[in-house]
Design a protein around this ligand. Sequence first.
Ligand SMILES: NC(=O)c1ccc[n+]([C@@H]2O[C@H](COP(=O)([O-])OP(=O)(O)OC[C@H]3O[C@@H](n4cnc5c(N)ncnc54)[C@H](O)[C@@H]3O)[C@@H](O)[C@H]2O)c1
Length: 366
Amino acid sequence: MQQVRIGVVGAGVIGATHSAVLQQIAGSLPGQVELVAVADPNPAHLDFFKSVYGYKQTFASAPELLANADINAVFVCTPTCYHAEVVHAAAERRLSIFCEKPLAMDVAQAAAMVQATEQARVATQIGLVLRFSAVFTVLRDLLRDPRAGRPMAVVFRDDQVFPIRGVHDSAWRADRTQTAGGTLIEHGVHDLDLLTWLFGPVQRLRAWERNLAGHPGVEDYVAVELELAAGLRAQLVNVWHNMIQRPSNRRLEIFCDNAFLATEADMSGSITAQFGDGPEEVISESDVLRRFLASQSNAPHALHDVYGVAYLVQDLAFVQALLSGAPPAPSMRVGLDAQRLAAAVYHSARNNVEVEVGDLSSPATG
Ligand SMILES: NC(=O)c1ccc[n+]([C@@H]2O[C@H](COP(=O)([O-])OP(=O)(O)OC[C@H]3O[C@@H](n4cnc5c(N)ncnc54)[C@H](O)[C@@H]3O)[C@@H](O)[C@H]2O)c1
């Protein structure tokens, strides 16, 4: 592909994040990236995207954009319930597809989307952005330090205000007909994917859930105990609380035979590290960022927005894969794996059973 010509479907929070970083990428790769068109039923959002990000064409719906815009790649940034129809239509048009997480409303829908894109031989990427986070990339490198020894135990907490007000002022997230579920699938899916990215496949799990806010089918607490094939155990807690002043936050603590690694940041921040009999040390945020960028062969030229670095590197990876003809990663198939893992968590919590996850191709339901 000589030029990536982009259409965005869904001009909300994440559509704006992608647009802001794609604008930077277009500036650093002149003539190779163009922000062409945007679709959204909300005219005010379209006006904003046109004036701020420079989209040339605006459409009131995805079908209109897909029928009329001169694009070869689409970013699917709608509420989760619309991902499938946009992905299927885009695959029919042979467009390259970046789809936001979670991939779909359930495993069957996600599997059909992956099958359609693979049959159409279109390039895909899923928005599992933590794989591009500076702190988690540097943590992953530290885990490979031979001094660390075997990973033994992980404690992972992820909390966020129930995302129907504040930054995520989106009523659809409390409506089970539009969201794939609650805190686990809509937010914790990042954490499930991160655990497999850091430590490999999950063998079995046991989970519990609660629904305190009372939105039907949209849980706000999930706890999971996971046993990974590599032998370690991980505990994950996802919470959607009601404190609007509290920013979304993750805390991850990892014990290996000879190492303790911890962070309270999920994009950019410091890491605490202790090896063997040595003292606990803090790797500062700027040092983490420096190490992260040094590890990226496609390091971005412009870094205007530190929070957005993960999104910048993520979208740059997609764009550069399309320009070079390499398959983007993580693909939508990785999104399907994460969706299956989340389904296994729900199955465990709802049926009060331990679930063998070894074979993710046998979908857990309900
Ligand atoms: N990777 C991440 O870090 C991340 C962060 C936030 C959201 N997300 C995911 O991105 C998706 C969108 O989330 P958001 O926070 O941007 O939501 P949002 O509510 O801020 O924006 C959604 C936008 O889609 C528009 N829309 C609704 N129906 C549409 C349709 N049929 N066609 C086109 N546009 C439509 C809405 O008008 C709105 O502008 C969700 O799947 C969410 O889980 C991912």
